[in-house]
Design a binder for this molecule. Sequence first.
Ligand SMILES: [Zn+2]
Length: 200
Amino acid sequence: MVELPKSIKNLIAAFERLPGIGPKSASRLVFYLLNTPESYVAEMAKSLLAIKKEVKICKECFSVCEGEICSICEDEKRNKKIICVVERAIDVMAIENIGGYKGVYHVLGGVVNPLEHVSPDDLKIDELINRIEDNMEIILATNPTMEGEATALYIKKKIENLGKKNIKISRIGSGLPMGADLEYADQATLSRAMDGRREI
Ligand SMILES: [Zn+2]
């Protein structure tokens, strides 16, 4: 087997760490980049650094943004009385892409997972509780995995203990297979799951 130059090996190793990229795809990407103009690679490197330097976390919902507050929280047409609770900012994108949702979001930053030492304190759960007022609908849209379900139930109990008036707590689910990931669900399935949310 030929020994590859070190810089090629390093980049292949970096790509291999990305989700869904195996050794073959990683090599293919690196050799593709080798044959592209330097300007493209420079632009790409700049964009990569920019997501670390310029992307901030919204103070209100903890999704990604460039200023203090994200464009969804800033939008006055959004119904602040409906909060859709998701695991990650990418889930916000998935739900936004189906269109039709007029409420706002709350990004937890993950799910409770004892095996990976993620406790409720590691997530933005208290921040969610602080956003809850009377007459609200909270849609628990964590993934339909064991951890996602457990986290949804944990949050439901916390909200109920608050004793706020007229709170509707619902859970998305219908149509999403158990163990599925919101981010990979097709738009029709996700749309059905949002429309078919049931009160819990
Ligand atoms: Zn926001």
